[in-house]
Design a protein around this ligand. Structure first.
Ligand SMILES: [Zn+2]
Length: 405
């Protein structure tokens, strides 16, 4: 039985709306999943995140493995207890971070995924069939991450959704390398599933990861391999393309295969979270997304606004906002705008590197995406996704569209 109850499918696209059932509660889909990379959504408390309407957060295996270590988190009763978030948690496998060290930043940039600055000072030492040996960015210690290690760390963290360990193949490598790497990822999928079958915590869902780069045959084949395994869900990872059109095309190859071979199982798109990408991703049949974008932008003073021409963002640190007394977005119900904080005040706080400024813009950005996903979900349920998607793409503010029926 699938962990996802699909309540409605959009007749005009591959979109679905549903409820993902996990050991720590339900996730309404489609959903954006905020990053709690190191065990916190930076600047926020769990109650802030829940109040914004989020059901699930994403913790990172690689970072938590290095610091504070899975054993310590386990001693506190697992990640839920440690960070005091009692809702669903998904944990990334660490593959992306460990391979970013060796493959450089191209994949990050192309994917629009956070380049975790501190990763760069670490170093990958060797990739073998067994796993990956690397130098920790924290203290220079040599560490080893294998498929089994990643699953064991995720078991100790006690996440509700674990991702299998994969090689995140970057954009700039050859087709031949991508093919060999994708095959190894499939062998690692088997090892992760075998480890989990005998040692995984009860109720922990496991998602396989589709690789295959930007090559249609490799992507489709990888999707078939993952879908034909006993995974509870499917994540789409790796480099998806050099531009948005290619990212959508590559994602579409995977979801087309999934519609045929695993129509009911949940799907996650890794590291994608710009407004237009979320809309398109939902149309392509993705159920949940994670991305550093809204929180990272917030800390750098960039606020999300319904303005397609400016890529849905405004830089609040700009000089023109020095005396601006309006909120980030008129009528926005988020804790920042509804309390009346002006762009001028936020600009001042952000330039002074005051924590409150970063926190307020993070709250606004996450609230913006929560309403966007809520609009898309409601529209799928009401059968009006095409109209809603068109309005949002044209610059309608999320949460202001007339609720149909
Ligand atoms: Zn706001």
């Amino acid at each position: 039985m699938s962990a996802l109850d699909i309540l409605s499918r959009d007749p005009g696209s591959q979109a679905r709306a549903g409820v993902l059932r996990t050991a720590h509660g339900d996730v309404r889909t489609p959903a954006f999943v905020p990053l709690a990379t190191k065990g916190t959504v930076k600047g926020l408390e769990p109650r802030d995140v829940a109040a914004l309407g989020y059901d699930m957060v994403l913790g990172n295996t690689f970072h938590l493995f290095l610091d504070p270590g899975a054993e310590l988190v386990e001693r506190f009763g697992g990640l839920h207890e440690f960070m005091r978030w009692d809702g669903p948690i998904i944990t990334d496998s660490g593959g992306f971070q460990v391979f970013s060290m060796g493959h450089g930043t191209v994949a990050d940039e192309i994917k629009g995924r956070a380049s975790h600055g501190s990763d760069r000072s670490g170093a990958m030492l060797a990739i073998t069939e067994q796993g990956v040996r690397f130098r920790s960015y924290r203290n220079g210690e040599e560490r080893f991450l294998a498929p089994e290690t990643s699953m064991e760390v995720q078991a100790k963290l006690g996440s509700d959704l674990a991702l299998v360990f994969d090689e995140c193949t970057p954009f700039h490598v050859t087709r031949d390398y991508t093919a060999r790497s994708t095959e190894r990822t499939h062998r690692w999928l088997r090892r992760c599933l075998d480890w989990h079958a005998s040692n995984g915590p009860d109720g922990q869902l496991v998602y396989g990861i589709v690789q295959g780069g930007v090559y249609e045959d490799l992507r489709r084949e990888s999707t078939e391999v993952v879908a034909s395994s006993e995974v509870d869900g499917i994540a789409i990872g790796g480099s998806l393309g050099a531009d948005k059109d290619q990212i959508y095309e590559v994602t579409g190859w995977a979801t087309e295969v999934l519609d045929e071979h695993a129509p009911d199982r949940p799907r996650h798109l890794l590291g994608i979270g710009e407004v237009d990408d979320l809309i398109r991703g939902v149309e392509l049949g993705i159920d949940h997304f994670d991305c550093a974008m809204p929180t990272r932008l917030g800390r750098h003073g960039m606020a999300l606004v319904p303005d397609p021409e400016s890529r849905w963002r405004v830089d609040l640190t700009g000089a023109r906002f020095a005396e601006a007394d309006e909120p980030i977005l008129d009528g926005c119900p988020c804790p920042c705008c509804s309390a009346g904080f002006s762009r001028g005040y936020l600009r001042y706080l952000l330039r002074a590197k005051e924590l409150t400024g970063m926190r307020l813009v993070t709250l606004h950005n996450l609230a913006f995406l929560a309403r966007l996903m809520g609009d898309l979900r409601e529209a799928i349920l009401a059968g009006t996704l095409a109209e809603t998607a068109a309005a949002l793409r044209a610059g309608a503010a999320p949460g202001t569209l007339a609720t149909p029926g």
